[in-house]
Design a protein around this ligand. Structure first.
Ligand SMILES: [Zn+2]
Length: 336
């Protein structure tokens, strides 16, 4: 499937299919007006507070207020257009520049020159990978998952771009192929290639379990950046940011809007391909959750390596192409 057709298909899915009952909703049981989720009673002030009776009286026009029509927050049609013919032409003939393996429960960093492609390939078994992108010449410009989510969607696929932080706000990479683009949105409302989950980290783990675990994606990415840029742990850690979770299948429960994960549908041979719009430093962690179907932040899940391939297109395929320039906002913020 070519890039433009895929992008069109995703838009169509997004507009016409609403997620059906979530797994939590299926497991839930309405008794005496109290919602029971996974067999446990919600408690006041806890994560289930939105599922309990409201403590305030709805205004008389509550129903009318709720009927306000939703509108897409951003007019994505106004984004710089995607030249599908260019990307399809560039990827038509590729030569491999580098290949490396990311070991389970660890991360690797590598550089990708602007105009080159990189692929993350599933090998041996289903495995989630947490991805960080930086401008190779300035680590303060990095992937901005929040704005990318707002501009595209909670999960990314072919035709979507990975945007950088302010003040540059420009495409760092464009997704040019995704063998899992058939997945769409499933019956639980989940999709693949998550940009809502931030990354597993030792701080949340300590908070929730009371134990230290050192191979969360956050720590793996930190160590990879230490090695790649010869930084101290403290210097590197502040550059690690919210990820794109490649191959990860996630969503929000329909009843409580809580973040959930389910086993990745990726199988050996599946891959997602990116075009580097600027010179990139990339880091990828093979998540300790493996396929993230049951747990993370521990050593219980079966984990597999992930393969990285960097490819160069024909030089002639890049003729006329220019790396996107930083955002042109004046940065006056109303002061002049
Ligand atoms: Zn992880």
């Amino acid at each position: 499937m070519h890039l433009s057709e895929t992008a069109h298909r995703r838009r169509r899915i997004g507009q016409t299919r609403l997620p059906s009952a979530s797994r939590q909703e299926i497991l839930s049981d309405q008794r005496c007006g109290i919602l029971v989720v996974n067999g446990s009673l919600p408690t006041f002030g806890g994560t289930m507070s939105m599922t309990k009776s409201a403590h305030t009286t709805p205004p008389l026009d509550a129903a009318a207020r709720r009927r306000a029509p939703p509108v897409l927050t951003y007019s994505v049609e106004q984004l710089p257009s995607l030249d599908a013919a260019f990307y399809n032409g560039a990827r038509a003939e590729l030569s491999k520049v580098t290949e490396l393996m990311v070991p389970p429960r660890d991360a690797k960093a590598f550089e990708v020159r602007a105009g080159h492609f990189f692929r993350i390939v599933s090998v041996e078994g289903p495995q989630v990978g947490d991805l960080n992108l930086w401008n190779a010449h300035d680590l303060t410009e990095r992937f901005y998952s929040g704005k990318t989510r707002a501009l595209h969607a909670t999960h990314l696929s072919t035709g979507d771009r990975l945007w950088s932080t302010f003040p540059r706000l420009r495409p760092m990479a464009t997704i040019t192929h995704d063998t899992l683009d058939w997945y769409g949105w499933d019956e639980d409302g989940a999709g693949v290639h998550d940009i809502i989950g931030t990354r597993c980290d030792p701080y949340s783990n300590l908070l929730l379990k009371g134990t230290e675990y050192h191979h969360c994606c956050h720590s793996n990415l930190t160590r990879a950046l230490v090695t790649a840029r010869d930084l101290s742990l403290e210097e590197a850690e502040v550059h690690v940011h919210d990820v794109m979770s490649v191959f990860m299948c996630t969503g929000y429960t329909r009843d409580t809007h809580q973040y959930f994960m389910k086993a990745s549908p990726a199988r050996p041979g599946d891959f997602i391909e990116f075009f580097a719009e600027i010179d990139l430093l990339v880091a990828l962690s093979a998540c300790p959750g493996g396929d993230c179907g049951a747990s993370h932040s521990d050593d219980t899940a079966k984990c597999y390596p992930l393969k990285i391939e960097v490819h160069r297109p024909r030089e002639s395929a890049l003729v006329g192409w220019q790396s996107p320039s930083p955002n042109k906002y004046s940065r006056s913020h109303g002061t002049r």
